[in-house]
Write a protein that binds this ligand. Structure first.
Ligand code: GLN
Length: 212
């Protein structure tokens, strides 16, 4: 499986690390030609206004939107989710508008209001998923064909799927739980994983978390 990770800004190295640890090929996408031959693409978290600007600068907006519309698996996490949305409540950035959801940026406040939350996620088995929200967006509208995979205790959706498109408001690349990456690799046409497989070792990610 060849999964590309948009690598113009944000958490791309961590996504590549998790993908490799579950046996997928991960490649960094910086130019349109890097999209060739991919089975799926991850748009990582970071800062959506910067992400959007750099995508325009490197002519990535149209080819990434085309990839999403063509039925290839595309997953946006956090700022990446903002980029996939049909509309957002702010003027900036202009999203790619490929997924039928409405999104509010920074829905929980500033950086200090970042938090962690155990979630139940449809399709990931019964164990709770420990999700890390960093200056996170939230989904405020879901289209008819959008499946809500997980919501906060107050009911606000934070993980959604619309066919080949997946969006999560939190950062699955920052934990040792690779279940959502495995879910995405399966969405991209990869082999089914064993849900009871042990958690992966991610020393690099752990080291980073320890510093924060
Ligand atoms: N707050 C950021 C934005 O609006 C997203 C934060 C993130 O990706 N962790 O783009």
């Amino acid at each position: 499986m060849n999964i590309g990770v948009l690598a113009v800004q944000g958490d791309f190295a961590e996504h590549c690390h998790v993908l490799r640890s579950i046996g997928a090929n991960a490649s960094e996408v910086r130019l349109p030609e890097h999209l060739q031959g991919l089975d799926g693409l991850i748009i990582p978290g970071g800062e959506s206004t910067t992400l959007s600007r750099l995508m325009s600068l490197y002519n990535l907006r149209e080819p990434v939107a085309d990839m999403a519309s063509s039925g290839k698996a595309v997953w946006g996490t956090c700022a990446g989710m903002i980029m996939l949305a049909a509309e957002i409540t702010e003027e900036d950035p202009v999203p790619l508008a490929v997924m039928d959801v409405g999104v509010r940026r920074n829905a929980f406040g500033r950086q200090v209001d970042s938090f962690e939350q155990d979630l139940e996620i449809k399709g990931l088995g019964s164990d709770p998923y420990h999700a890390i929200f960093i200056r996170a967006p939230v989904i405020i509208r879901v289209g008819e064909d959008v499946d809500v995979l997980s919501a906060l205790p107050d009911g606000r959706p934070v993980a959604v799927r619309e066919g080949n498109l997946l969006a999560t408001a939190f950062h699955p690349e920052l934990t040792a739980d690779a279940r959502i990456h495995r879910y995405f690799v399966e969405m991209a046409g990869g082999p089914a994983f064993d849900d009871n497989a042990p958690l992966i070792e991610t020393p690099r990610v752990r080291g980073r978390l320890a510093q924060e």
